[in-house]
Write a protein that binds this ligand. Sequence first.
Ligand code: CUA
Length: 330
Amino acid sequence: MLFLLFNDHSMTEAMGRQAGIIAREWWFFFWIAVVVFIATMGALAWALMKKTDRPLEEPSPQTSGAKYTAHEERGMTLAVGSAVGITVIILFVLLFHSMLTGKAIRRFESKNAITIQVMGHQWWWHVIYQDPVSSQSFQTANEIHIPVGEPVVILTSSNDVIHSFWAPNLTGKRDLIPGYQTAFWIQADKPGRYRGQCAEFCGHQHAHMAFYVIAEEKADFEKWKQQQIQPAQLPAPGSAQDKGMQKFLAGPCVMCHTVRGTIAGGAIGPDLTHVASRTTIAAGTLPFDHLNLQQWIRNAQSIKPGAKMPAMQLTDEDLNAISTYVESLK
Ligand code: CUA
């Protein structure tokens, strides 16, 4: 039943080809473990309940001093030997099966697959859609959109320490290693929003390093992509958003964040060009809404201590202005 509660983050709810292979592997291990458990408990129960005709201390009728007859000794040697043999065979079957699973996961090909770069940071996910035409490239954070039913290549690396990409509905864990790029395939067979989580301890806010893979129909994906490629829309002069933009651009935000189409070009924090099109803030920590955004801008340290986003000394008026602008970055 627990699986049902977390079905957007569960390896038994396979929503893609690799996850399906991994789930089959898991169930194969599970049923073998069930059989071994039942057999072991059965043997134990049998041994405990077995009635002996004589107390163990009593010398056996054939050989004085020995506890068991030669026939009994042979039987026990055979039983222990067979149990060891069966255990070794089962372990080799599991090993061989998991090697085949690993091979099946890697066996995946597609020409012109969409390639998405995912870079780990303490503690968020930098997502880059690289296109040979540079005007078609864009960056986002913590939410990875992919088209349904198509293999997608994920290229990973890390900006600081080792992180691990784990979206259990789609595939197994993959480490993100500084200075080293790895590539793997994912494919979602059903549209949905699948939760991912950093699965390698990477510091204070490791637990608050989540992401979402949003699998959507090709047309919706293309629509999303075209919207992400656009620079941020400039607010109407004199509007509340415009006042917010002036505050944003005059403040320290621009040193860490990029908003394409403005002078903000920082590369330390997430690209905010279309931040309001995302569903969460702080790497899946909070839903993207007005109050959470204000709390985050005012004092991110109260939500995610240790994150690079500093607490801001802002008046209520400035905070309202900046958050109004950020909420307009759709
Ligand atoms: Cu990143 Cu744990």
